[in-house]
Design a protein around this ligand. Sequence first.
Ligand code: 5CA
Ligand code: ZN
Length: 416
Amino acid sequence: MHAWAPPGLPTTARDVLGEAPALALYDARTGSVDNTKPAAQARIYVCGITPYDATHLGHAATYVAFDLAVRAWREAGHGVRYVQNVTDVDDPLLERAARTGEHWAELAARETQLFCDDMAALAVIPPDVYAGAVESIPLVVNLVQDLQAAGAVYEVDGDLYFSVTADPSFGALSGLGSDVMLKLFAERGGDPDRPGKRHPLDCLLWQQQRGDDPAWDTPLGTGRPGWHVECAAIALEHLGAGFDVQGGGSDLVFPHHEMSASEAQVARPGSPFAKAYAHTGMVGYGGHKMSKSRGNLVLVSRLRSDGVDPRVIRLALLAQHYRVDWEWRDELLSVAADRLHRWEQAVRRGGPDARPAANAVRAALADDLDAPRALAAVDTWAQSSTQSSTQSSHPTVDGSADLMAAVIEASLGVRL
Ligand code: 5CA
Ligand code: ZN
């Protein structure tokens, strides 16, 4: 699949300031903020959309957060290999298509394109590999065959299930008790009560064709892949086991990331699936998690067509720490627009030495992507820029505006 066009990536900040500090991230498995320790090439997988409705601000917040991680690694001198999937065949997509009468593949293609347009507008660096579930079916088949060889697969009425007991570390990522696991599994696409299963948490690897559902002829039978194995197969193929960060929203910690990791670890024993698991908080609206199924959505494309500058949308998202759950409010846009205006004026006017503020921006982002603290550092510099035009105690320094603009663009993804 084609992802979207990359934004400009100036190197001025690195040329002037040198390498940014190492990126530390909160890891769900260890429960602490740990330094990432990527090789020359950092490897990250971020779970992509299920394209049955347009990109909402919750999705946008998640992809902008991981974009900060990609940028932080680049500023720290690493190359980055970034893989993202598109769940372009799955129950919610098929259900929506059946309801509206549109062909499921057309719905998926249209919404994926809209997502790509939204991401490009938000200056999100695209993944190097953008892989659809449908095009990745051969990878899923291979992985399921490896799991069969490992004795971790059984059949229930023609459907294939993964035995969670095959992975001794199953549960270590989420750290949840079995009651909570069962509840979340049932809420998030699982089938704990299906008769014939050996363990209620065992998850579907391959589903035999039902009715008119789309299906592919494979050595596993005529059917389609389960959800968790899709991400395990795509990540293993395009990144290899033991990649640096598996990312997604906190709604994916369990079962999705737990299951994908277990499947991968049973198929490729000896290496953890990912070294760290990073999750964004949930964005709510009107008192509930913003979700396609609930329909309480604020769409990026809608804001854009209403004439909102995408940089303002991005700044509104950056004003929240990625790990906390938060509520969207329309006033956040005017606050962000005001901030953008102040920054633009400051950069036009010039200001005092930008190095301390620029280093503070990079340090804040390296410290578990603390974007609100990074914005505050720029605010302070912009404020002193106002003073330097009126007071000689804050003399304007040549090149400081250029450096500030370069850091804001490279690290925060906002081009002034
Ligand atoms: N296709 C799967 C992942 S393999 C999926 O969860 N798709 S999704 O379209 O439902 O969500 C796409 C991404 O946005 C996921 O990382 C999800 O965790 C995140 N996300 C969904 N809703 C919100 C929200 N309200 N706030 C923040 N992130 C969200
Ligand atoms: Zn996923």
